[in-house]
Design a protein around this ligand. Structure first.
Ligand SMILES: NC(=O)c1ccc[n+]([C@@H]2O[C@H](COP(=O)([O-])OP(=O)(O)OC[C@H]3O[C@@H](n4cnc5c(N)ncnc54)[C@H](OP(=O)(O)O)[C@@H]3O)[C@@H](O)[C@H]2O)c1
Length: 291
């Protein structure tokens, strides 16, 4: 299959491109800056997406680009809406016209975190600009294209030297001997990017559409996740400082008692992602090999 990955240099985009290549698909990468991706594509300029779509003529488009800096979205809500909501809607129309299927990435932040873990049919109530704009993007994509897939995921991590995900931040703080404040009250399902990528490709190939939760097996608070990482990497845990989210004074409110249920995914594919311990061991091996 010919697959266009938009956001190919981001954390999930890299994993999707790698998994698609490993499964023998023809992969074309596009991103805001073309260094590292074959095509430059700015979601704020839908004309750039038209050009790439016309050149590649993908059978499947996986939209991994977004304004993902949750606190930054609070400061520039209009831009966040343009990139996270309007552009995905326009891309869905482009895909429909050109005969490409579309995978959109949504988020657990569509929920308020009062009553997690959540299934795909639970009512949403996003607390932040990021959550609201991502939900609007999901609605526009699914409203414009009935066979589109929207994948809700959360706390995605991977071993990515250029990346800034929670696990890479933890490794960086540990190696520099810097204290790391980690919330005790944010519950969600940490998700390994390579595994996420495999599942979304399988869902797309199985012709699934609509909303699917795809996240790691265990629901942990961020401190519990950090402790599991320390155990897997052989780190002493003293640099971790458990705190309440409120102490971090982040501009965007977070859903605290969140997490995602995997029943729909299990019913569709007969399997669901593994837990953090297994995936952190894989990262520990990669880290050792790359020292
Ligand atoms: N990571 C998570 O925990 C998580 C959880 C739930 C949902 N998601 C969703 O999953 C998707 C991928 O997330 P990720 O973690 O891979 O994010 P990421 O690592 O931040 O990558 C996002 C990519 O989008 C690009 N981008 C930003 N603005 C753009 C624009 N105007 N036009 C084109 N590309 C643009 C970025 O380029 P630059 O780096 O050059 O800015 C980057 O390559 C997003 O939709 C996100 O909302 C992620």
């Amino acid at each position: 299959m010919k697959i266009l990955v938009i956001g190919a240099c981001g954390q999930i985009g890299k994993a999707v491109a790698a998994a698609a290549g490993a499964h023998g698909h023809r992969v074309f990468g596009a991103d805001l800056k073309s260094a590292g991706a074959r095509f430059a594509l700015d979601l704020a300029d839908i004309g750039s997406a038209v050009k790439v779509m016309e050149t590649v003529k993908p059978e499947l488009t996986v939209l991994c680009s977004a304004m993902t800096y949750v606190d930054g979205c609070e400061k520039t809500p209009d831009l966040a809406r343009k990139i996270n909501a309007e552009a995905p809607g326009s891309l869905a129309a482009l895909c429909l016209n050109s005969g490409s299927r579309l995978v959109y990435f949504s988020t657990e932040y569509v929920f308020d975190g009062k009553n997690g873990p959540y299934s795909e049919t639970d009512p949403v109530n996003p607390l932040s600009v990021y959550g609201r704009t991502k939900f609007e993007g999901e609605m526009r994509v699914l409203g414009g294209m009935k066979d589109a897939l929207s994948i809700r995921t959360t706390v995605v991590y991977s071993f990515d030297r250029a990346g800034n995900n929670f696990i890479m931040q933890l490794m960086d703080n540990y190696s520099r001997g810097v204290e790391m404040k980690v919330p005790l009250d944010q519950y969600s399902n940490p998700t390994h990017a390579p595994e996420l990528a495999d599942f979304i490709l399988e869902l797309a190939q199985a012709g699934k559409s609509g909303v699917y939760n795809v996240a790691g097996a265990d629901r942990l608070n961020r401190y519990e996740f950090a402790l599991k990482a320390c155990e897997a990497f052989g780190f002493k845990k003293d640099f971790l400082k458990p705190v309440a989210t409120a102490e971090l004074k982040q501009p965007a409110p977070r859903p605290l008692n969140a997490g995602l249920k995997m029943d729909k995914l299990l019913a569709a594919l007969g399997r669901a992602p593994a837990g953090a311990e297994k995936n952190l061991k894989i990262i520990a091996l990669a880290k050792g090999a790359l020292k």
